[in-house]
Design a protein around this ligand. Structure first.
Ligand SMILES: [Zn+2]
Length: 320
């Protein structure tokens, strides 16, 4: 495979074989059945694996020859989707190919989408973890999302939708995926970290937001534990409108720009976690508002803003 080519034809097990097709969100199925699915949508969930599998299942439904509200799994089109050989399905996954979101390959994607589909009546492009596309890259895609070639569908996935540019976000319909069932998540975490104690599993389960990969990373890596603890302390401070608590929790990480950016992203993740919100008595609407406030602050971090001021702005804006 050439560098920065989308994955089509994941033949090996690592690339993809979709063994379990996760259910699609109900509104997506309804729109599919009615043939009214919007051409650009974004799936949001904490788990990259769940996002990717769901996006593939959605692509399958769009390419399936039965044309129902989910893929049949039996027709030639579905079989090709399942083994990653459908020529009209493009999957961009930055975890598989680190250069896939460079400008050059996004330009190629754009050109590719203007070509006629090979087999199906439509094309589907999956952009996995689209928040990792730079602002410049997102701008490059803006026009094609706005006026897409006929019968082209964009499926963005994101762990945090607010990391997409507001101009992009306003043009896609977002759907949050329900998190994995706690028992499934716990089982998967145990597989990933067989040495974990029951107590460690419980702690990680509460904080991972239904993403077993996140839970495993939390159990294994002390630096990640520290970051999650600081983010949780910030969340507690926001819930109590105690600015001092927020400032004090963020201060140790303000010396390291990358670490601080990761802290804000973790805070956004924890704000989306209903179990934690309940513990700290933070209403869902307040949490959603704080999450939306974090996105512009992250852009300020990228533009070299003074980090203690960013934290001060966060407390100020979340209090309103
Ligand atoms: Zn089918």
């Amino acid at each position: 495979m050439k560098n920065s080519e989308p994955l089509r034809g994941f033949t090996g097990s690592r690339r993809y074989t979709l063994t379990v097709t996760p259910p699609l969100p109900q509104p997506v199925m309804t729109a599919l059945a009615a043939g009214r699915l919007t051409h650009a949508l974004c799936l949001e969930a904490p788990s990259p694996a769940l996002l990717r599998d769901t996006a593939l299942a959605l692509a399958g439904a769009l390419l399936c020859r039965q044309g129902g509200s989910s893929m049949c799994g039996e027709c030639p089109a579905c079989r090709k989707v399942l083994v990653g050989e459908h020529p009209d399905l493009l999957l961009y996954d930055p975890d598989e190919e680190k250069d896939i979101y460079k400008k050059e390959s996004l330009r190629r994607l754009r050109a590719e989408l203007y070509r006629t589909p090979v087999e199906a009546p439509r094309k589907v492009a999956i952009l996995q973890l689209a928040e990792r596309i730079t602002a410049e890259g997102q701008n490059l895609l803006l026009k094609i999302i706005e006026e897409p070639p006929e019968d082209t569908f964009f499926v963005f996935t994101a762990q945090n939708r607010y990391r997409l540019l507001p101009t992009v976000l306003s043009r896609v319909t977002c759907y949050s995926l329900p998190p994995a069932a706690p028992e499934d998540c716990r089982r998967r975490m145990k597989e990933l970290v067989p040495t974990a104690s029951e107590e460690e599993l419980d702690r990680a389960l509460l904080r991972c937001g239904g993403s077993p990969e996140t839970g495993a990373a939390l159990m294994k890596d002390p630096a990640i534990q520290k970051r999650y603890a600081a983010a949780e302390e910030m969340l507690a401070g926001l819930a109590m409108t105690n600015s001092y608590r927020v400032l004090a929790a963020a201060a140790p990480l303000e010396k390291d720009r990358a670490g601080y950016t990761a802290l804000l992203e973790t805070l956004a993740e924890l704000l989306a976690n209903p179990a934690l919100r309940e513990i700290y008595n933070l209403p869902a609407r307040t949490a959603a508002r704080c999450r939306a406030e974090i996105a512009p602050l992250l852009q300020m971090c990228e533009r070299n803003a003074h980090l203690p001021l960013v934290t001060a702005l966060l407390t100020e804006r979340c209090r309103r």
